[in-house]
Design a protein around this ligand. Structure first.
Ligand SMILES: [Zn+2]
Length: 171
């Protein structure tokens, strides 16, 4: 496994909608493993393929990552994930993103969702998730449509974060 380069805002790949994975191969499985390793190396709880420069519908998620990036008991690798049901009830969560380093903001999300996806062997599953896991999944699946968490904020808050990122980049 290897740690891959992370793409950060304002790289265009982050705002480009991803293509479906048509065939799951050994290469797909290696990429998913590399994505997990990259996520743990950066102490993240989720990572989407555009963040490593690939416009493909693949995400990895681990809602039980340890403080120093240790893997939890059930890391998830998802190919072609899709939200098929969402609760009308919403929750607010303080979200960050490895592609917008050092920044975070409160985002409103559905409190519970159902996600349809394929595992690394192409088998289809449906996962019901709520609270923290539901938030991570919505964040990562958004990435596959070219949407970042800051796109859910007011224009004022969004611009504040973008300004901070630009300042950071100059330093
Ligand atoms: Zn993100």
């Amino acid at each position: 496994m290897s740690v891959l380069k992370l793409y950060t805002y304002p790289d265009k790949i982050l705002s480009t909608p991803c293509e479906e994975v048509k065939k799951i191969t050994a290469e797909t499985r290696k990429l998913l493993d590399d994505m997990l390793e990259t996520m743990y190396a950066d102490k993240g709880v989720g990572l989407a393929a555009p963040q490593i420069g690939l416009s493909l519908k693949m995400i990895v998620v681990d809602d039980k990552v340890g403080e120093n990036g240790e893997a939890g008991p059930h890391p998830m690798k998802m190919v072609n994930p899709e939200i098929i049901e969402k609760s009308s009830e919403t929750i607010f969560f303080n979200e960050g993103c490895l592609s917008l380093p050092g920044q975070c903001a409160e985002v409103e999300r559905h409190a519970a969702i159902k996600v349809k996806y394929q595992d690394e062997n192409g088998k289809e599953h449906i996962l019901e998730a709520s609270d923290y896991l539901a938030v991570i999944l919505q964040h990562e699946i958004d990435h596959l449509s070219g949407i970042l968490y800051i796109d859910h904020l007011s224009r004022l808050k969004r611009n504040m974060i973008i300004k901070k990122l630009q300042k950071q980049a100059q330093e």
